[in-house]
Write a protein that binds this ligand. Sequence first.
Ligand SMILES: C[S@@+](CC[C@H](N)C(=O)[O-])C[C@H]1O[C@@H](n2cnc3c(N)ncnc32)[C@H](O)[C@@H]1O
Length: 305
Amino acid sequence: MTNAPCVRNEYERTLKSHWDAKTSDDINLRLGAEDDLYHHHYAIGDFDRGVLDAPRQRREELILRELHRMENDQVDLVIRALGELPRGARVLDAGSGRGGTAFMIAQRLSTQVVGINFCEHHIAFAEQIARRRGWDDRVRFRYGNMVRTGFPDASFDAVVSNETTMYAGADELLREFARLLRPGGRYVMATWCRNDTVDPRSAASRHIDQHYVCQMHRRSTYFRALSDNGLAPVHVERYTGKAMPYWELRSHSQLRTGVEEAFLDGYRNETLNYLVVAAERAAADGSDTDAGARRPFRVEEQRTW
Ligand SMILES: C[S@@+](CC[C@H](N)C(=O)[O-])C[C@H]1O[C@@H](n2cnc3c(N)ncnc32)[C@H](O)[C@@H]1O
């Protein structure tokens, strides 16, 4: 791992300082302690309502377990969207955090995974887990900027970004991902975004941007950037109501940070969406790829319930 500076501008410097400072980040360290899977993303789907009625001395522990189960389940959505990958395929995890997504992909799909991250202590943490598991030949972590990775063209079969695209310009980031994918390779993105058909810049979205030092994109921005960079959507799922229970449960936990209400408001008034998108890189001659032809375009819409 080289510590050469990889931030390119004032925003990236501020963002990197934000992550660099989170060395004893309570929520994520406590949630992952049991199965060694550490996540920095949220979740989709309901929780076991029974945990809220648990006796006071057990309630917090049960809430934490349930939050962690839900975060693991969120990675299943990403894995499902990756579809079939050949054994040993190379997957890039862009903005790999403490490695939870990378380890789950490597385990479930028997792939190699490279995580790229500009937060050194995240990389050191994830590398330690890889060594502990004896997986350091299969799951590696690299210090670098996901917008300008330095990896060769077409060097990955798949790229995933699990709640990281709000930390970079959508167009330059997807251009880099398209460059890294082999023709027919698959990109999977899980992200929260502004639902600009309702409000391009709601109060909830502004609050979240400030809290997480991010620049949440509009939903339409993503689809334009995908299209402009030769990434054809083959699977789109939009969640609104299903993104809420995680925040509801977190608001009952002692680990709440104050951002819970903004997410709940945004999903409730539908100014925010949660998307899982799979897209395939067009072949060099622009023709449809075999993989693309096998998997028809599908839109699954989950409305608020
Ligand atoms: C919200 S966390 C998500 C982590 C991980 N994907 C997960 O699901 O647990 C964002 C991560 O992206 C990294 N990151 C943000 N911008 C980046 C950039 N331009 N290049 C590399 N890493 C970046 C941060 O250091 C952090 O580890």
